[in-house]
Design a protein around this ligand. Structure first.
Ligand code: ARG
Length: 458
């Protein structure tokens, strides 16, 4: 029979279009395992409180077990006319165990049920994402460790600024991801609160024990206001905001990998398995994966805005609008999981062209600041030193050479304070080595940072 379990007061069925328009089962069936988990905990509480009999509980549990199995092996028949995951499972339960199945929904509404399901789903997803970020961080550390001495140009305005090591550069991303984990962990606390017991919006007239259900489902606490519990999705919005930042970080790294791979830079090559060719230009090897990460970041930003917009004008309490929370949320999780997995593998397959990196740093007067600092240490006010070095760079530019290629007498025409010890300073390695405080690019500092990072990870 196709009777909906809420159709008692209706005189005509919904049209096929309305049925399709209002159904969510095509996408919310992925909540099935959490729905069953929540139902089990609810039923146990109902029985413990004497609201249903132990026989009913036994029947419900046995029915839920079977449904869980049917879903896992792909034998469960999902029916759009039953609207959503909750009603599909409840209907099957009733078909299997009769009246006991009909008693499961005592002291519960789909409103608190769905809020619980999403929170259980999101909690698991957050844990998975955190462990994937950690794997990616490990891959970053492995690559950084090999390149604490590898000189590359550090950029500002995408113009060569000062030499840094590739290891130092990569460790910047480690820091970003570390904060991302912090944000997710914080968000998880607010996700991890139990809505069940709020029922439709006002709570339940049965002697329910919400604390027991919370303990059973490993929630840290219960949502303290029934209206809030069923209606707000701020926890999902917050998660999506965390996701946009993670993607933003990965998108910036992607942009760099793409640049670094162009023949004009030739800093790196990505393993072939992350690239594709062109159907017309035989020479091409395109960095499709980082380009897609950059592209998918737009999509994840869109999901955040979708959820914010979904929420902004909803009066308390539950409105069907909230059914629209799922697809953006699920797609955010899926995209993030795939992106992190692929990135970890991609980092391991990066080949570094140290020669090209060094050559590029040499071309850009990357040690000009070091010359200015040198003169300042000899007593020249920094602003004057800045001026002197600017003139020296102009001269070297006209001559078509690096600062380190000028001879002492040439350098001295701009500033008599320059002595022979300047040449140790003007080298790329000398420049890097001199930035030897915590957070600086000196190889031994970067090694120390990597060591701290490994400890943090373990
Ligand atoms: N499928 C619905 C959702 O995702 C479940 C809650 C429905 N509640 C209701 N009163 N129609 O939000």
């Amino acid at each position: 029979n196709n009777q909906k379990n809420w159709s008692g007061r209706f005189n005509e069925p919904v049209s096929e279009l309305v049925q399709r328009y209002t159904a969510s089962v095509d996408f919310d069936q992925r909540l099935a395992a959490y729905d069953i988990q929540g139902s089990r905990a609810h039923a146990q509480m109902l029985s413990a409180q004497g609201i249903i009999s132990t026989q009913d509980l036994a029947a419900i549990e046995q029915g839920l077990d079977q449904i869980h199995h049917e879903i896992r092996v792909g034998k469960f028949i999902w029916r759009q006319e039953l609207e959503d995951v909750h009603l599909n499972i409840e209907k099957r339960l009733t078909d299997l165990v009769g009246d006991a199945g009909k008693r499961l929904h005592t002291a519960r509404s789909r409103n608190d049920q769905v809020a619980t399901d999403i929170r259980l789903y999101l909690r698991t997803s957050i844990d998975e994402i955190i462990s994937l970020i950690r794997l990616m961080q490990r891959a970053l550390l492995d690559l950084a460790e090999k390149h604490t001495d590898t000189v590359m140009p550090g950029f500002t305005h995408l113009q060569v600024a000062q030499p840094v090591s590739l290891g130092h550069h990569l460790m910047a991303y480690f820091e970003m991801l570390k904060r991302d984990i912090g944000r997710l962990s914080d968000c998880r606390k607010r996700v991890n609160q139990l809505p069940l017991g709020a029922a439709a919006l006002a709570g339940s007239s049965y002697p329910i024990d919400r604390e027991q259900v919370a303990r059973q489902l490993d929630f840290e606490g219960i949502c303290e206001n029934s209206l809030d519990a069923v209606s707000d999705r701020d926890f999902a919005i917050e998660f999506c905001a965390c996701a946009t930042l993670i993607m933003t970080h990965l998108s910036r790294l992607s942009e760099e990998l793409i640049l670094w791979m162009t023949p004009a830079f030739s800093f790196i090559t990505l393993a072939d398995r992350f690239c594709t060719g062109s159907s017309i230009m035989p020479q091409k090897k395109n960095p499709d994966v980082p380009e897609l990460v950059r592209g998918k970041t737009g999509r994840i930003n869109g999901h955040l805005v979708a959820l914010l917009t979904l929420m902004k004008a909803q009066p308390l309490a539950y409105n069907k609008d909230n059914q629209e929370d799922k697809e953006p949320l699920f797609d955010t999780v899926d995209t993030l999981v795939d992106t992190l997995r692929i990135y970890t593998d991609m980092l391991a397959g990066i080949q570094v062209n140290q020669h090209a990196m060094r050559a590029s740093a040499t071309r850009g007067y990357a040690t000009a600041t070091d010359l200015a600092d040198y003169l300042t240490k000899k007593g020249l006010p920094f602003r004057d030193a800045h001026e002197v070095v600017a003139k020296t760079v102009q001269y070297a530019e006209r001559k078509g050479c690096d600062l380190s290629e000028l001879d002492l007498s040439e350098l001295q025409t701009f500033s008599p304070q320059v002595e022979a010890d300047i040449f140790a300073i003007l080298t790329l390695d000398g420049s890097m080595k001199s930035r030897a405080h915590v957070g600086g690019t000196a190889p031994q500092q970067v090694q120390a940072a990597i060591k701290r990072a490994r400890k943090w990870l373990s």
